[in-house]
Design a protein around this ligand. Structure first.
Ligand SMILES: Cc1cc2nc3c(=O)[nH]c(=O)nc-3n(C[C@H](O)[C@H](O)[C@H](O)COP(=O)(O)O)c2cc1C
Length: 210
Protein backbone atom coordinates (compact mmCIF):
# COMPACT_ATOMS: atom_id res chain seq x y z
CA UNK A 1 0.00 0.00 0.00
CA UNK A 2 1.34 3.45 -0.88
CA UNK A 3 1.59 6.15 1.79
CA UNK A 4 -1.37 7.95 0.21
CA UNK A 5 -3.46 4.78 0.21
CA UNK A 6 -2.60 4.06 3.85
CA UNK A 7 -3.55 7.61 4.89
CA UNK A 8 -6.92 7.32 3.21
CA UNK A 9 -7.54 3.70 4.23
CA UNK A 10 -7.26 4.22 7.99
CA UNK A 11 -10.04 5.39 10.25
CA UNK A 12 -10.49 5.56 13.99
CA UNK A 13 -12.11 2.15 14.41
CA UNK A 14 -15.14 2.03 16.67
CA UNK A 15 -15.82 -1.70 16.60
CA UNK A 16 -13.38 -4.66 16.44
CA UNK A 17 -14.01 -8.34 15.69
CA UNK A 18 -11.71 -9.76 18.38
CA UNK A 19 -9.20 -11.26 15.91
CA UNK A 20 -5.67 -11.29 17.31
CA UNK A 21 -2.94 -9.45 15.39
CA UNK A 22 -0.14 -11.63 14.02
CA UNK A 23 3.06 -11.45 16.14
CA UNK A 24 5.26 -10.04 13.36
CA UNK A 25 2.76 -7.27 12.64
CA UNK A 26 2.40 -6.13 16.23
CA UNK A 27 6.19 -6.16 16.47
CA UNK A 28 6.42 -3.86 13.43
CA UNK A 29 3.92 -1.43 14.95
CA UNK A 30 5.81 -1.39 18.25
CA UNK A 31 9.04 -0.81 16.32
CA UNK A 32 7.45 2.26 14.69
CA UNK A 33 6.50 3.53 18.15
CA UNK A 34 10.06 2.87 19.36
CA UNK A 35 11.65 4.61 16.38
CA UNK A 36 9.55 7.79 16.65
CA UNK A 37 11.64 10.90 17.26
CA UNK A 38 11.51 12.62 20.62
CA UNK A 39 12.96 15.74 22.17
CA UNK A 40 16.70 15.19 22.73
CA UNK A 41 15.99 11.54 21.89
CA UNK A 42 15.05 10.83 25.48
CA UNK A 43 11.79 8.95 24.81
CA UNK A 44 10.40 10.19 28.14
CA UNK A 45 7.64 7.59 28.35
CA UNK A 46 6.73 3.94 28.59
CA UNK A 47 4.15 2.10 26.55
CA UNK A 48 2.10 -0.60 28.26
CA UNK A 49 1.09 -3.29 25.79
CA UNK A 50 -2.04 -4.86 27.20
CA UNK A 51 -3.72 -8.06 26.06
CA UNK A 52 -4.79 -9.30 29.51
CA UNK A 53 -8.58 -9.78 29.57
CA UNK A 54 -9.15 -9.08 33.28
CA UNK A 55 -7.15 -5.87 33.12
CA UNK A 56 -9.09 -4.71 30.07
CA UNK A 57 -12.36 -5.41 31.88
CA UNK A 58 -11.16 -3.03 34.59
CA UNK A 59 -10.00 -0.50 32.01
CA UNK A 60 -13.27 -0.28 30.08
CA UNK A 61 -15.42 1.39 32.78
CA UNK A 62 -12.75 4.05 33.32
CA UNK A 63 -12.48 4.58 29.55
CA UNK A 64 -16.03 5.82 28.95
CA UNK A 65 -17.15 2.19 28.47
CA UNK A 66 -15.56 2.25 25.02
CA UNK A 67 -16.04 -1.18 23.46
CA UNK A 68 -12.71 -1.10 21.62
CA UNK A 69 -10.97 -1.68 24.97
CA UNK A 70 -12.46 -5.18 25.15
CA UNK A 71 -12.84 -6.04 21.45
CA UNK A 72 -9.44 -5.00 20.11
CA UNK A 73 -6.48 -7.34 19.94
CA UNK A 74 -4.06 -5.07 21.80
CA UNK A 75 -4.37 -1.89 23.86
CA UNK A 76 -1.35 0.36 24.15
CA UNK A 77 -1.30 2.81 27.05
CA UNK A 78 1.20 5.63 26.61
CA UNK A 79 2.51 6.94 29.94
CA UNK A 80 4.83 9.94 30.11
CA UNK A 81 7.47 10.77 32.72
CA UNK A 82 5.92 12.97 35.40
CA UNK A 83 9.21 14.88 35.62
CA UNK A 84 12.60 15.14 33.86
CA UNK A 85 14.67 14.38 36.94
CA UNK A 86 18.46 14.79 36.78
CA UNK A 87 18.74 11.05 37.31
CA UNK A 88 16.55 10.27 34.30
CA UNK A 89 18.36 12.75 32.07
CA UNK A 90 21.82 11.56 33.17
CA UNK A 91 20.90 7.96 32.73
CA UNK A 92 19.64 8.61 29.17
CA UNK A 93 22.88 10.30 28.12
CA UNK A 94 24.92 7.54 29.70
CA UNK A 95 22.94 4.99 27.69
CA UNK A 96 23.22 7.04 24.50
CA UNK A 97 27.00 7.32 24.85
CA UNK A 98 27.29 3.61 25.50
CA UNK A 99 25.32 2.81 22.32
CA UNK A 100 27.51 5.16 20.30
CA UNK A 101 30.69 4.07 22.02
CA UNK A 102 31.49 7.60 23.12
CA UNK A 103 32.98 8.82 26.41
CA UNK A 104 30.45 10.36 28.81
CA UNK A 105 32.20 13.71 28.34
CA UNK A 106 31.01 13.74 24.70
CA UNK A 107 27.57 15.00 25.72
CA UNK A 108 28.44 16.91 28.90
CA UNK A 109 27.89 20.41 27.51
CA UNK A 110 24.59 19.50 25.91
CA UNK A 111 23.39 17.56 28.97
CA UNK A 112 24.29 20.31 31.43
CA UNK A 113 22.61 22.99 29.30
CA UNK A 114 19.52 20.84 29.05
CA UNK A 115 19.45 20.26 32.81
CA UNK A 116 19.83 23.98 33.43
CA UNK A 117 16.89 24.68 31.14
CA UNK A 118 14.78 21.95 32.73
CA UNK A 119 15.56 23.14 36.24
CA UNK A 120 13.86 26.45 35.42
CA UNK A 121 10.62 24.67 34.58
CA UNK A 122 7.94 23.32 36.88
CA UNK A 123 7.12 19.64 37.27
CA UNK A 124 3.84 20.26 35.40
CA UNK A 125 5.76 21.80 32.50
CA UNK A 126 8.03 18.75 32.46
CA UNK A 127 5.04 16.44 32.23
CA UNK A 128 3.41 18.53 29.49
CA UNK A 129 6.60 18.34 27.45
CA UNK A 130 6.96 14.60 28.02
CA UNK A 131 3.31 13.98 27.18
CA UNK A 132 3.73 15.73 23.80
CA UNK A 133 6.42 13.20 22.90
CA UNK A 134 3.96 10.34 23.42
CA UNK A 135 1.68 11.76 20.73
CA UNK A 136 4.46 11.65 18.15
CA UNK A 137 4.98 7.97 18.98
CA UNK A 138 1.23 7.46 18.78
CA UNK A 139 1.23 8.99 15.29
CA UNK A 140 4.04 6.74 14.13
CA UNK A 141 2.17 3.72 15.50
CA UNK A 142 -1.07 4.75 13.78
CA UNK A 143 0.62 5.12 10.42
CA UNK A 144 2.56 1.86 10.77
CA UNK A 145 -0.69 0.07 11.60
CA UNK A 146 -2.40 1.53 8.53
CA UNK A 147 0.53 0.48 6.35
CA UNK A 148 0.05 -3.10 7.57
CA UNK A 149 -3.74 -2.87 7.18
CA UNK A 150 -4.21 -3.20 10.90
CA UNK A 151 -7.07 -1.16 12.28
CA UNK A 152 -6.38 1.24 15.11
CA UNK A 153 -8.04 3.83 17.34
CA UNK A 154 -6.32 6.66 19.17
CA UNK A 155 -8.13 6.99 22.51
CA UNK A 156 -8.14 9.95 24.85
CA UNK A 157 -11.58 9.24 26.26
CA UNK A 158 -10.55 7.88 29.64
CA UNK A 159 -10.11 8.97 33.21
CA UNK A 160 -6.34 9.54 33.42
CA UNK A 161 -6.19 9.46 37.21
CA UNK A 162 -8.11 6.18 37.40
CA UNK A 163 -5.90 4.61 34.70
CA UNK A 164 -2.79 5.80 36.55
CA UNK A 165 -4.11 4.09 39.67
CA UNK A 166 -5.05 0.87 37.89
CA UNK A 167 -1.59 0.53 36.33
CA UNK A 168 0.25 1.89 39.39
CA UNK A 169 1.79 4.59 37.23
CA UNK A 170 2.52 7.08 40.01
CA UNK A 171 4.64 4.37 41.65
CA UNK A 172 6.72 4.47 38.47
CA UNK A 173 6.71 8.29 38.25
CA UNK A 174 4.57 8.10 35.12
CA UNK A 175 1.19 9.50 34.07
CA UNK A 176 -1.08 8.17 31.33
CA UNK A 177 -1.57 10.40 28.30
CA UNK A 178 -3.23 8.53 25.45
CA UNK A 179 -4.10 4.99 24.38
CA UNK A 180 -4.22 3.11 21.11
CA UNK A 181 -6.45 0.15 20.34
CA UNK A 182 -5.20 -2.21 17.63
CA UNK A 183 -6.92 -5.08 15.86
CA UNK A 184 -9.25 -5.86 13.01
CA UNK A 185 -12.46 -3.92 12.56
CA UNK A 186 -15.84 -5.61 12.57
CA UNK A 187 -16.83 -4.84 8.99
CA UNK A 188 -20.57 -4.93 9.76
CA UNK A 189 -20.74 -2.82 12.90
CA UNK A 190 -17.86 -0.38 12.41
CA UNK A 191 -20.12 2.40 11.15
CA UNK A 192 -17.36 5.03 11.36
CA UNK A 193 -15.20 3.55 8.58
CA UNK A 194 -18.18 3.75 6.21
CA UNK A 195 -18.33 7.53 6.58
CA UNK A 196 -16.12 9.85 4.53
CA UNK A 197 -12.99 11.08 6.32
CA UNK A 198 -13.50 14.75 7.15
CA UNK A 199 -10.48 17.02 6.77
CA UNK A 200 -10.23 20.74 6.29
CA UNK A 201 -9.11 21.73 2.77
CA UNK A 202 -5.44 22.56 2.10
CA UNK A 203 -6.11 26.28 1.64
CA UNK A 204 -7.67 26.49 5.10
CA UNK A 205 -5.09 24.34 6.86
CA UNK A 206 -1.83 25.43 5.26
CA UNK A 207 -0.55 28.98 5.22
CA UNK A 208 2.09 29.38 2.56
CA UNK A 209 4.84 31.85 3.34
CA UNK A 210 7.03 32.10 0.23
C1 LIG B 1 -5.63 12.25 20.54
C2 LIG B 1 -6.87 11.59 20.02
C3 LIG B 1 -7.80 11.10 20.90
C4 LIG B 1 -8.93 10.42 20.42
N1 LIG B 1 -9.80 9.83 21.32
C5 LIG B 1 -10.78 9.02 20.84
C6 LIG B 1 -11.56 8.24 21.72
O1 LIG B 1 -11.41 8.27 22.94
N2 LIG B 1 -12.49 7.41 21.18
C7 LIG B 1 -12.69 7.30 19.83
O2 LIG B 1 -13.54 6.51 19.41
N3 LIG B 1 -11.96 8.05 18.98
C8 LIG B 1 -11.02 8.89 19.43
N4 LIG B 1 -10.24 9.62 18.56
C9 LIG B 1 -10.50 9.51 17.13
C10 LIG B 1 -10.92 10.83 16.46
O3 LIG B 1 -12.23 11.15 16.81
C11 LIG B 1 -10.73 10.66 14.96
O4 LIG B 1 -9.37 10.44 14.70
C12 LIG B 1 -11.21 11.89 14.19
O5 LIG B 1 -12.58 12.10 14.35
C13 LIG B 1 -10.91 11.74 12.70
O6 LIG B 1 -11.44 10.53 12.22
P1 LIG B 1 -10.53 9.45 11.48
O7 LIG B 1 -9.33 9.23 12.36
O8 LIG B 1 -11.38 8.22 11.36
O9 LIG B 1 -10.16 10.02 10.17
C14 LIG B 1 -9.14 10.31 19.03
C15 LIG B 1 -8.18 10.85 18.16
C16 LIG B 1 -7.05 11.45 18.64
C17 LIG B 1 -6.01 11.93 17.64
Amino acid sequence: MSLKEALHWRSATKSYNGKIIEKDKIEQILEAVRMAPSSSGMQPFKVFVITNKELREKLQPIACQQQQIIQASHILVFAAWDEYTTERVDSFFEFSNQVRNLPSSATDDYRLNLLEMLNKKTKDEHFTNASLQTYIALGFGLLAAADLKIDATPLEGFDNKAVDELLNLSGQNLKSTVMMALGYKDEETDWWSKLDRVRRPNEELFVEIK
